[in-house]
Design a protein around this ligand. Structure first.
Ligand SMILES: NC(=O)c1ccc[n+]([C@@H]2O[C@H](COP(=O)([O-])OP(=O)(O)OC[C@H]3O[C@@H](n4cnc5c(N)ncnc54)[C@H](OP(=O)(O)O)[C@@H]3O)[C@@H](O)[C@H]2O)c1
Length: 259
């Protein structure tokens, strides 16, 4: 309960979170560029759930629009930020070009970072709040044609998990959600083909939002809704620990010293 802010609420995962949170009684601030989509969703949610829904048309790649939302979040009064707006694969870097990569970085990294920090500033005023950052399993999948996207989601992973450590002793909850393939407009709206994944690889945006909220309620810090074998995550974490233990031994590995 309270007011939840959702970026990228005009379609897909953001709209699915909006539906679920409104059904749970949250008032909403919905953010995206397409005013008509936001208004339509707001009208539907108000009528169906009797909640208050405000819309904000903002291009989060634009510094001025981003600053407007940051100011709202910093002022406080919000219970939750779902940091969801994101853009996807651009194709090979040689053809996509540097400007397109920079635009992706502005949305997936700069906006997500600035909005996280603004929300946390607001949450510190009341001593509580929930930040949900939408990453991707692509954080673990460097891929030709997805360089900036996979890189940006690896950033979201490490950024969010570092924030969790900073706020471990507070009442502020921070969750990282890592979707696999989700049936949304993500691929088609950006001129990508979703046929790189078989049909059977997809779940719906509503399934994703439902699982993410269940994970949050269970106190999970990292929720990967389609990870059916959670022991794999535990093994990865153990390996990560071993790797980090190994690299701080203060010596160069013998294979590089001819020794
Ligand atoms: N679909 C998947 O398979 C998948 C898998 C893993 C992670 N994800 C992540 O899930 C998140 C949501 O994606 P989705 O699948 O729901 O895709 P989607 O249906 O295309 O939704 C993307 C949302 O982001 C908004 N958006 C895009 N650029 C924006 C900008 N410059 N400023 C403000 N809003 C902007 C779009 O609204 P407007 O166009 O109206 O601005 C839309 O509401 C992304 O972070 C994505 O990386 C998706």
């Amino acid at each position: 309960m309270g007011v939840s802010v959702i970026t990228g609420a005009s379609s897909g995962i953001g709209a699915a979170f909006a539906e679920r949170l409104a059904a749970a009684g949250d008032d909403l601030l919905l953010v995206a560029r397409r005013a008509d989509r936001l208004e339509e969703l707001a009208g539907k949610l108000k009528a169906a759930h009797g909640v208050q829904v405000e819309t904000m048309v903002a291009d989060l790649e634009d510094a001025g629009d981003l600053a407007r939302l940051e100011a709202r979040l910093e002022a406080g009064g919000f219970a939750t930020l779902i940091n969801n707006a994101g853009a996807g694969g651009l194709g090979p870097t040689a053809t996509a070009g540097a400007d397109a990569q920079e635009k992706l970085i502005r949305l997936n990294i700069v906006a997500l970072t600035r909005l996280s920090l603004a929300a946390l500033t607001g949450f510190r005023k009341s001593g509580a709040g929930t930040l949900v950052n939408i990453g991707s399993v692509m954080a673990f999948a460097p891929s030709a044609g997805g360089a900036a996207y996979a890189g940006s989601k690896a950033y979201v992973l490490n950024f969010t998990r570092s924030l969790q450590m900073e706020y471990a002793d507070s009442a502020i909850r921070i969750q990282l959600v890592m979707p696999g393939p989700i049936r949304t407009e993500f691929f088609s709206s950006q001129g990508m083909s979703d046929s790189v994944f078989p049909d059977s690889a997809f779940i719906t945006a509503d399934q994703l939002a439902g699982a993410a909220l269940a994970g949050l309620a269970a106190g999970e810090k990292v929720t990967t809704p389609t990870l059916v074998s959670p022991e794999i995550w535990d093994e990865m974490e153990k390996l990560r620990g071993r790797f980090l233990g190994d690299v701080v031994g203060g010596k160069v590995a013998e294979r590089y010293t001819g020794g």
